[in-house]
Design a binder for this molecule. Structure first.
Ligand SMILES: Cc1cc2nc3c(=O)[nH]c(=O)nc-3n(C[C@H](O)[C@H](O)[C@H](O)COP(=O)(O)O)c2cc1C
Length: 195
């Protein structure tokens, strides 16, 4: 049978997988499904995990300030983050509260480290998710086949946000043929949950 030290070890190990997912695009935890509330109806989409803090559990992603997800998070900061590792058959589901870092010290620091190739994604002439009459990749067309230089790329900062998701609680589910393991984490407390 499992005891509390087993779930502590599973939790530590999943935190390490999440850390690896920040830079390792082959790790399924490199992306997660973010769900927000749009008035009464939920909206989900994939985003890239950019950072993780463990003192107080927090995850981070980048987005365009003009995008619907940011408006939704401003209107209601509560959201859900869902990770699934298809190879190890582990799901992590997080209830979160968001803080939008826009044109502040934190967003400036992250923007400074953002590659030119990524910066051009924030230079699109169109508001993300709006309907277009004709196709447009929503990056400046002169940068379709090359990156902007550093000076020109600064234009993208106008639309760049670094979003912090404070994890209110989470649950981890490991699928096993001989019995699934599921537990929740609230602050420093870990407890088993019926799978
Ligand atoms: C693999 C993958 C990674 C993505 N990463 C991000 C991301 O980090 N940030 C982001 O804003 N959108 C990302 N997107 C696009 C979103 O899923 C979504 O289509 C777009 O941001 C519009 O979302 P919204 O209309 O709900 O704001 C990604 C899409 C894919 C397929």
């Amino acid at each position: 049978m499992l005891d509390n030290s087993d779930i502590k070890n599973i939790f530590k190990s999943e935190i390490n997988f999440l850390k690896d997912g920040i830079k390792n695009s082959k790790n399924p935890y490199h992306t997660f499904t973010l769900s927000t509330l749009d008035k009464e109806s939920p909206k989900s989409r994939t985003v890239v995990l950019r950072n993780l803090e463990t003192d107080t559990l927090k995850i981070f992603f980048n987005a365009d300030y003009r995008s619907p997800k940011i408006k939704q998070l401003i209107d209601n900061p509560l959201c859900s983050a869902l990770f699934y590792d298809i190879n190890r058959r582990v799901q992590i589901r997080m209830n979160c509260s968001s803080t939008i870092n826009y044109k502040n010290n934190i967003s400036a620091k992250i923007w400074d480290k953002t590659a030119l190739q990524s910066r051009k994604c924030y230079m699109g002439p169109h508001t993300p998710s709006t309907t277009l009459d004709t196709y447009h990749p929503n990056i400046p067309l002169e940068y379709a086949k090359k990156d902007p230089d550093k000076a020109n790329s600064e234009e993208g900062y106008e639309n760049f946000v670094h979003v912090e998701l404070l994890i209110i609680d989470l649950d981890i589910l490991q699928l096993h043929h001989d019995g699934h393991i599921r537990f929740k984490v609230v602050g420093k407390d870990l407890s088993y949950v019926a799978p």
